[in-house]
Design a protein around this ligand. Structure first.
Ligand SMILES: Nc1ncnc2c1ncn2[C@@H]1O[C@H](COP(=O)(O)OP(=O)(O)O)[C@@H](O)[C@H]1O
Ligand SMILES: [Mg+2]
Length: 258
């Protein structure tokens, strides 16, 4: 058997035809290319299973009323895989200056994502599985400090893991979660600020709504949209958010990439 390749750059040879422009190098060992109104996410052979999971979730979301991309093609070989999707119009939230309208539209979009019927969603993102991923990342010494706050960067990863293990929330409010609800993955019309769709749904699954909210609320603050996350959470419909649960899910997410 030919050796498998671990660099998505090598897998770019799988892109059909020419004229592809690289737009992003992903955190998840994928590269993203664009040609006209089409996007292609490319992974090396060791990422094929994960990209196939994303493909299945894009397909599932496209069958709901929630705006997002459609799967146009799937190419799979020993060198890796390519997921070709239709372009969602608009620009990612981080490219826009904040306004109450934009923040309200983001909050409403996340809320309506969470209103997708749980019983119709075949994907789960179980807390114990994510915690297991974090344990594995810590065991391999692969925690990425770039995802940690300055305060968390001062703490040994094993200690952060033990904080997570001893503060697992007693309750979970299970909804269909996006799984990577960042401003990069929610797109808006730059003129009207209307929400146009969500991308990057590889981690979509039934989980505690706080797992999405923790990320989005932190991003709203980090991107200077708001001095605190309270106004965003109120717009979402949560007047009295559980801060400890937000911190738990933010740390859980930060430590699960590696
Ligand atoms: N189908 C799509 N429609 C519109 N924009 C897209 C699409 N796919 C990717 N993008 C753009 O490319 C960026 C990176 O793609 P994404 O799937 O989020 O990769 P990553 O896993 O690296 O975050 C997104 O933030 C978005 O701006
Ligand atoms: Mg993304």
């Amino acid at each position: 058997m030919a050796p498998t390749r671990k660099n998505p750059e090598d897998a770019a040879r799988l892109l059909p035809g020419s004229g592809w422009e690289k737009v992003a190098s992903g955190e998840s060992d994928t590269d993203v290319y664009r040609r006209d109104a089409v996007y292609a996410k490319v992974c090396a052979a060791d990422g094929t299973v994960g990209l196939a999971e994303e493909r299945d979730r894009v397909r599932w979301l496209a069958e709901t009323d929630f705006p997002g991309a459609r799967v146009l093609d799937w190419i799979d070989s020993q060198h890796g895989a390519v997921l070709v999707t239709s372009a969602v119009s608009g620009v990612p939230g981080w490219q826009l200056p904040c306004s109450p309208t934009l923040m309200g539209n983001l909050a409403a979009a996340l809320r309506s994502f969470h209103e997708l019927p749980v019983e119709g969603c075949p994907f789960e993102r179980r807390l114990e599985d994510v915690l297991g991923q974090v344990e594995d990342v810590v065991r391999r010494g692969a925690v990425n400090p770039d995802f940690l706050s300055l305060e968390w960067q001062q703490v040994p990863p094993a200690e952060l893991l033990s904080r997570l293990q001893t503060s697992v929330p007693a309750v979970q409010d299970l909804v269909v979660c996006h799984g990577d609800a960042t401003l990069a993955n929610f797109l808006f019309d730059p003129q009207t600020l209307a929400f146009t769709g969500a991308v990057d749904v590889g981690h979509l699954g039934v989980a505690d709504r706080y797992s999405d909210l923790a990320l989005t609320a932190a991003q709203v603050v980090n991107h200077g949209w708001s001095p605190s996350s309270v106004s965003f959470l109120t717009m979402y419909g949560l007047d009295d958010a559980d801060d400890e649960r937000l911190v738990f899910y933010l740390l859980l997410d930060a430590m699960s990439w590696g």
